[in-house]
Design a protein around this ligand. Structure first.
Ligand SMILES: Nc1ncnc2c1ncn2[C@@H]1O[C@H](COP(=O)(O)OP(=O)(O)O)[C@@H](O)[C@H]1O
Ligand SMILES: N[C@@H](CCOP(=O)(O)O)C(=O)O
Length: 310
């Protein structure tokens, strides 16, 4: 028997990807969490869901947490015959706050925790690589796993990330609309090519954003300007685009969170901004812990390359 007895638990943070100019690369972990636990059980895979997605998400092996768990078990070399999973979900789904990445990271981490020596047999590098492969882009799974402000990229061998500690005085506020938007649909709205001038402007702002978030938050407004994705997605989420424009016109560094339709504002103090009826406002902090497996601390000191390369 290669599996651990008893229930294992993981807490996974919401994430905001892109942060304006960092399309598919930059991400921030937020203090809003799903909590997922699992134990080896009778044959079959069963999932109970409380909170976000209750009554909508499947209760069997097609649930995203289980699909990620099974992919991780396969990399570890053995699937248990049965697992019972319990999800307490707080991250709004299909809103641009990385709920699918949180589910994937939860599944991968639970499979590692349920397997004897799972943390070493599927190491941190491999866990990030697997989660990014399942999600299709690394910019949410990286901050979800590692916490903090992450820069992720993909090489031939898979995705890698560094995590940095944001400077004090960066307060993330998210404005979450009622309507949903699937990331896959928002990605389909993007063109195959963009003008060189737009690419050049956005690359410069992404570089500036690393400085603004880690050293000088006074530069966040120019540093969050983007020409690669938000303009193309605006027609599909007019209320989101209007809120971003209104906040930016008022001097607030606001962007579309991930693929939207949530809006993220980064300010020194809570914005106090009233987005009106139909929006839920959450004043959050940056999560610097990442996915927290019961009894296991993911040590992510600022500036350290995690997972280790080579
Ligand atoms: N906690 C969860 N458990 C199971 N499936 C989930 C969970 N969160 C998200 N999903 C799946 O992912 C979809 C949303 O993913 P996506 O479009 O990438 O949006 P998001 O920006 O929230 O990640 C949901 O419709 C659902 O199918
Ligand atoms: N870079 C991706 C980020 C998607 O984030 P999500 O939270 O909306 O899933 C994109 O912009 O498509």
């Amino acid at each position: 028997m290669n599996f651990v007895e008893g229930r294992v638990r993981v807490r996974v943070p919401a994430t905001s990807a892109n942060l304006g100019p960092g399309f598919d690369a930059l991400g921030l972990a937020l203090s809003l969490y799903d909590e997922v636990s699992a134990r080896i059980g009778l044959p079959g895979y069963r999932v109970s869901v409380t909170g976000e997605g209750a009554g909508e998400l499947p209760g069997d092996e097609t649930h995203l947490v289980v699909r990620a768990m099974l992919a991780a078990f396969d990399e570890l070399g053995e699937r248990p015959a049965g697992v019972d999973v319990e999800c307490v979900n707080r991250i709004p789904q299909a809103r641009g706050l990385g709920s699918s990445s949180a589910a994937i990271v939860a599944g991968v981490q639970l499979a590692r925790a349920l397997t004897v020596d799972g943390q070493t047999r599927l190491d941190d590098t491999a866990a990030l690589r697997l989660a990014a492969r399942l999600e299709g882009h690394p910019d949410n799974v990286a901050p979800c796993l590692l916490g903090g402000f992450t820069i992720a990229w993909t090489e031939e061998t898979g995705s890698i990330a560094v995590t940095l500690a944001p400077v004090k005085g960066v307060q993330p506020t998210v404005f979450v609309p009622e309507e949903r938007g699937l990331t896959a649909e928002a990605r389909a709205a993007l063109p195959a090519t963009v003008p060189h001038a737009d690419a050049a402007l956005t690359a410069g702002r992404a570089a500036l954003l690393v400085h603004a978030l880690t050293t000088d938050p006074a530069l966040l407004l120019p540093a969050t300007e983007d020409r690669l994705h938000q303009g193309y997605r605006a027609p599909g989420m007019p209320a989101t685009a209007a809120l971003v424009d209104a906040l930016r016109a008022a001097g607030v560094a606001a962007v579309v969170s991930g693929a939207g339709p949530t809006v993220l504002a980064l300010t020194p103090v809570p914005t106090g901004f009233d987005a009106g009826i139909g929006w839920q406002t959450h004043e959050l902090t940056v999560d610097v812990t990442g996915a927290l497996v019961e009894g296991v601390h993911w040590d992510t000191p600022s500036g350290t390359l995690l997972p280790q390369v080579g």
